[in-house]
Write a protein that binds this ligand. Structure first.
Ligand SMILES: [Zn+2]
Ligand SMILES: [Zn+2]
Length: 226
């Protein structure tokens, strides 16, 4: 029974990629947890005595480190080589398993080092893209509204003065929408008078274009006119 348990355990350890096979074989005759505890205690003891924590090394550890200068340098060299190999192989510098995402680490390891799940460059690109989309939509609405204004002007359904105000407001002459104030300045009338003159045309245009108008919804305009 015991041997079955032991082999079962050995197989389990063997399947664990973290523990090299030669070590798992050595461990099969001892209590694993006990060994871990013991090596931890040894490590702590060597650390407290300022002895290099590398097994069997007799040198003193460097100040602020747990290893001697020679073993620190060896560790640093190994890490550097591993880092460079992973970069060469196009793998995450931290786990060495996934491809890097916007830098040297993969999308999962990245989260251990940063607050935002997306890097600054990606966020900026997304923001610019959304801004461009909004701008394009705004321009499309303005172009369509100007077309509708042209059709309305061509129909001749509005009186001369209102037509002039509308032409100036939609910028039929220069391609730029004007404010009530700017229209008022050109026509030498008040801003309020411009609003009153444009209201019937705006209601007609809103009925034609629905929500896609470059001004506030017509319901608000109705309220304002009361
Ligand atoms: Zn050492
Ligand atoms: Zn990684």
């Amino acid at each position: 029974m015991l041997s079955v348990l032991q082999t079962g355990r050995r197989e389990l350890r063997g399947s664990n990629p973290v523990i090299p096979p030669h070590r798992s074989l050595k461990r099969s005759n001892g209590n694993r947890l006990g060994r871990v505890e013991r090596s931890k205690a040894t490590y702590e003891k060597r650390k407290a005595n300022r002895q290099c924590s590398y097994g069997g090394c007799l040198a003193k550890s460097e100040l602020g480190h747990t290893r001697c200068r020679r073993h620190l340098q060896a560790m640093s060299k190994r890490n550097k080589e591993q880092y460079q190999k992973r970069i060469r192989d196009c793998l995450c510098s931290y786990c060495g398993q996934l491809p890097p995402f916007w830098g040297v680490r993969c999308i999962i390891c990245r989260q251990r080092f940063t607050k935002h799940p997306l890097p600054y460059g990606a966020r900026r690109a997304l923001r610019l893209f959304r801004d461009a989309q909004k701008r394009r939509e705004r321009e499309r609405i303005q172009v369509e509204a100007r077309h509708a204004v042209r059709r309305l002007l061509a129909s001749g359904d509005i009186n001369k003065k209102s037509a002039k105000a509308l032409r100036l407001y939609a910028g039929i002459d220069n391609g730029k929408w004007r404010t009530y104030n700017e229209v008022g300045q050109v026509m030498k009338i008040s801003k309020e008078r411009v609003r009153q003159m444009l209201l019937p045309s705006k209601i007609t245009l809103t009925r034609l274009l629905g929500d896609s108008v470059p001004w506030r919804p017509v319901t608000e305009l109705n309220l304002m006119s009361n």
